[in-house]
Design a binder for this molecule. Structure first.
Ligand code: GLP
Length: 241
């Protein structure tokens, strides 16, 4: 595992953008795994700027997002498709037919999950997976558990996650309690993983994830076993390393 400590959020985002641009320039039909949350916003801004400056071409790139809330459609401003469209997709030349975010409105959620994992495999798997980390160590929406999940599935969100994510809603009562998420198996199958972590509030969980036991109670700890992970964090998140 490679750990890069950047001095601050901007440097972390710039370093992550360098990595993404390098991989896309080496393989123009790269399959990306993408993440939401506030952590990757700087990376997405850098990618949009690089596209505008002619430094990267997304026309053949495809992407799968980690997760989406159950009951939330593509045009819901609290949803993750909406987030991706407004923070990245509309600013670059990615073909929207090549981007996929789980359908939170699917009538048959099980079928949607199965199709999602199968579609990732049909594309040849994810080349480069972006991850953030939740305060409880979740990746995607894979919450602390007694097991590591395999494929895309419906997850009951913990109170901690609901509270953390409520800052993006008008009221905590509006935060969905369930989400569709790629499984840890889907994530682990990615050829390369880049995890971004910033801020003091993530220092404790980052330490557990990198140096603690490999334990499904800290789902991100499984990354210790993956052969091609780069963690890019800022100095505050790296404080306890
Ligand atoms: C959500 C997302 C995760 C993300 C996490 C951390 O729960 N499902 O993919 O990593 O939030 O978000 P933030 O980057 O805002 O701290």
């Amino acid at each position: 595992m490679k750990i890069i400590v950047a001095k601050d959020y901007d440097e972390m985002s710039a370093k992550a953008a360098e990595l993404f641009i390098d991989r896309i320039n080496k393989k123009n039909d790269l399959v990306l795994g993408l993440a939401t949350g506030t952590t990757p916003l700087g990376l997405y801004k850098n990618l949009a700027d690089a596209y505008k400056a002619g430094k990267v071409d997304f026309s053949k790139v495809s992407s799968f997002n980690l997760d989406e809330y159950v009951g939330v459609g593509h045009d819901n401003e609290n949803g993750y498709y909406y987030f991706m469209y407004h923070n990245l997709f509309k600013h670059i030349n990615i073909d929207l037919n090549n981007v996929r975010v789980e359908n939170g409105l699917a009538e048959d959620l099980e079928a949607e999950c199965e199709d999602y994992s199968n579609s990732i495999k049909a594309k040849g798997g994810i080349d480069l997976q972006l991850l953030g980390i939740g305060h409880d160590g979740h990746i995607g929406f894979n919450e602390p558990s007694s097991v590591f999940s395999k494929g895309t599935h419906v997850e009951e969100l913990t109170q901690m996650t609901i509270e953390a994510n409520s800052r993006l809603f008008n009221d905590i009562s509006e935060v969905p309690t369930r989400a569709l998420t790629m499984g840890v198996g889907d994530i682990f199958a990615a050829k390369e993983i880049c995890m971004l972590v910033n801020g003091k509030g993530k220092a404790e969980i980052l330490k557990k994830c990198l140096y603690g036991d490999i334990d499904p109670m800290v789902q991100a700890s499984i990354l210790q076993l993956h052969g091609n992970v780069t963690v890019i964090c800022d100095a505050e998140a790296a404080e306890l390393l």
